[in-house]
Every structure is written in C-alpha cells, then in structure tokens.
Write a protein that binds this ligand. Sequence first.
Ligand SMILES: Cc1cc2nc3c(=O)[nH]c(=O)nc-3n(C[C@H](O)[C@H](O)[C@H](O)COP(=O)(O)OP(=O)(O)OC[C@H]3O[C@@H](n4cnc5c(N)ncnc54)[C@H](O)[C@@H]3O)c2cc1C
Length: 400
Amino acid sequence: MNESDVIVVGGGVIGSALTYYLSLLGKKALLLEKADLCHGSAGATDGYITPHTKKPGYHLELALKSCEIYETLAQELETDIDFELDLHCGGIQACEDEMQWELISANARELIKSGLALSMLDITQARRIEPALSPKLRGALYSPIASSVNPFRLTQAYTDAAKRHGARVMIETEVRSLVFEGERVVGVSTNRGDFHAEYIVNCCGSWGASVAKMAGLTMPIVPKRGQIIVSEPVAPLLNTVMQSGIYPIIKFHPERITDEKVFRLGLAFGIEQTKDGSLLIGGTRELAGFDRGNTPEAIEAVLKTVSRYIPAILDLNFIRCFSGLRPHTPDGLPILGKVKSVPGFVMCCGHEGDGIALAPITGKLVAEDLVYDKTSFPIEPCAAERFFESAPERNGAAGF
Ligand SMILES: Cc1cc2nc3c(=O)[nH]c(=O)nc-3n(C[C@H](O)[C@H](O)[C@H](O)COP(=O)(O)OP(=O)(O)OC[C@H]3O[C@@H](n4cnc5c(N)ncnc54)[C@H](O)[C@@H]3O)c2cc1C
C-alpha cells in the first residue's frame, strides 16, 4: 500500500520546492533526505536570481517564469521564515577590458532581443549604481530586475510551507535502492525501511546520477565545485549582485579564455553582500569529483581578481570559506520530468549554477507534470531522453 502519492528524494532547494508545490496541489508528499536539509549545494551557494546570466531562448524564458513566481513568493508561502528575498536589487557584470566589453555587449544585444531590459554602462555611469567599482574598469552590463535570496532559508521556507499543506519530511534517511514491481518503480529502500508511492522523484542534485543509476539510467550529471569566501560583516558596500565580465565568457565562450589558471579553475567571481553585512565571494567552477574542500590556490586567485574590480576588499578580513557542488549537465539545462522507459521514476536535478533561480518554476512544473500529466510551460527540452542514445530501453546502464 502507498503511504504517499509521491516520494521526493533529496532535501535541497529543488526537492523542498517540489514538495511544496505537490502538497499545494493536494498530493501526499514524502521528502527523504540522507543527511539534513541543505546538506548539498543549497547550503553552500550564492543566491543570485539573475535572468541576464541565462542563455537567450528556452533557458532565459524558464528563468523569467521563475522570476514571476518570486515576485509574490513571500506572501504565497505564508511562512515566518524570512528568506531574505531582495527583489530587483539589480545585477552588474563588470568588464575589465575591451574583449569582455565586446562579448558582453553582444550577449546583451541577444538578451534584449529576447525581451530583457538591460543596459551597457560606461564606468562613470556604472559607478553611480555601484560606487565600489574601480574607476579603471571599462564599464558594466546592468540588469535592473536581478534579485537575490538566502537559499538556505528559502529551502527551510519551502519545507515549512509544504509541511503545513500536509507533507512529511524525514532527514537522515538515505535512499539506497529502488523497489520495482515488474518494470515499474513503486518505492524506495532506505536505512529506515521501505516506503512506497506512485512516483519517486530524484532531486539529488550532484548525486542525481547515482540515484538515476538505481533506476538503470546513465545520466550525465557531474559535480562542479564552487569555492566561496566569506568576509566579516561590514557596513553596506554593494547595492547589487555582481559578477566579473569573465563569467559569461567562461559560460558561453570558454574557447576565448587564454589563461590556463582561469580556464582550469573556472575563475569568474561573483560577489554579493548578505543581510548581516558579510560579503560572499564565489569564484570557481572546478571538476574535482565530490571533494568539497577549499584550496589556497583558488582562494588567492579569486581575491586577487576581485581586488582589481572592487579595491575596497583589500581592507576587509575574511573569516571562512566553503565549497558547494553544482550539478552540471552537458547542455546546462536541468533534467526534468517522468522517464518514459522507467514508469514511476521522475528526474528533477542537474540545475548547474541556476538551481536557486530556477527552484520555484522547477517545483511548479514537475508537480504539474505528476498531478495533471501536462505542464503550464513546456519541460520537453529538459527531458531525460535527450541524453539517451536509444530511447526505448532504460538507457543501458547496469544495476537495479
Ligand atoms: C558556489 C556555488 C554558487 C552558486 N550560485 C548560484 C546562484 O547564485 N544562483 C543560482 O541560481 N544557483 C547557484 N548555484 C547552483 C545551485 O546552488 C544549485 O543548482 C542548487 O542548489 C541545486 O539544488 P538541488 O536541490 O538540486 O541539489 P542539492 O542542494 O545538492 O540537494 C540534493 C540533496 O540530495 C541529497 N541526497 C543525495 N543522495 C541522496 C540519497 N541517496 N537519499 C536521500 N538524499 C540524498 C543530498 O544530501 C542533498 O541534500 C551555485 C552553486 C554553487 C556550488
């Protein structure tokens, strides 16, 4: 007998958002997390909601749909948990040289064609918005609609709201294998026993490939490490969420990167100031397996780069650093929806560096897929099947 309608595996921002939208639509949802909520990248990340960092086309449209939900999310969740949503704080991509300026201007033209309000500012104009920028910079892209959020608290807010709509949340509950009845997945086996449901959803972020493997699927999700440095709390220094101009170049034109270290570490910083005044300086995109350590090389390189853009950071004390794992997929889109060849099994992971921005729309659309069998915005471009060489079988992986 099913104790739940849907089992959501993974208590990160994506699993918690999905659990909320399922509960809202009247489903009995059970969230299982192997450690604690935010054990994964949702607890070791920045909180940028920046449509201007998305690829024009489907990816951007998906991000804009998520932004629409963010507009009223605080009222909708009716939670006491303040998830520090700073709507429309604005986003800057600061350009250090002519190459960055040209590539970012070209990217901005594409984004503007797709309907995003953006401007390219010379450095004098940019410093009116963000006085901490060095006057030596070339200029900046400015997006007035960019926002930021505290991902840790957002995850808690979603689970809190989900529980009020009847969801159950179990931490320290690790899914170790799936339970099959014939071809269909009907449950999970965990360290706390078996649980059954109509659908099992894989929201395991960077661990998504190992849970997919339990269903016999080979999913190309690999962890990309991001190291973040935290300053002591200081008086207001930044107004916007900011990135270096190299960020979209690493993302969309890696072939233009000539510096070996920048390429190897994926060195493009992002900097934001949290509500308590700390600066979060994130900076790397490294293939380092599941190693969540920090390295002196990366920290030194990030801070040196940031000081060229924001000289004031040279006067700050840095109190700690941490690392998170971005769930990377080959085309940068998440893997969402029911897997046709494995009835009962659903993918909902692989959000790379966009999971905070995309959490609301992901949760909403995957919940619609499970409840109504159709979605209010297409998720077909995110189907697991795009990675299958031959669609009809599970896709050939061993081991269930
Ligand atoms: C440094 C850094 C900066 C980033 N900045 C941004 C940003 O500014 N904006 C943005 O939109 N995105 C950003 N991201 C990306 C974003 O953090 C991720 O896309 C998002 O957190 C992924 O969420 P998730 O819930 O899919 O995965 P996770 O948060 O990793 O959650 C997966 C959960 O599954 C659990 N789990 C795994 N296996 C099992 C199992 N067998 N049984 C039960 N539970 C299991 C894990 O313990 C974990 O809690 C950043 C990421 C990093 C690392």
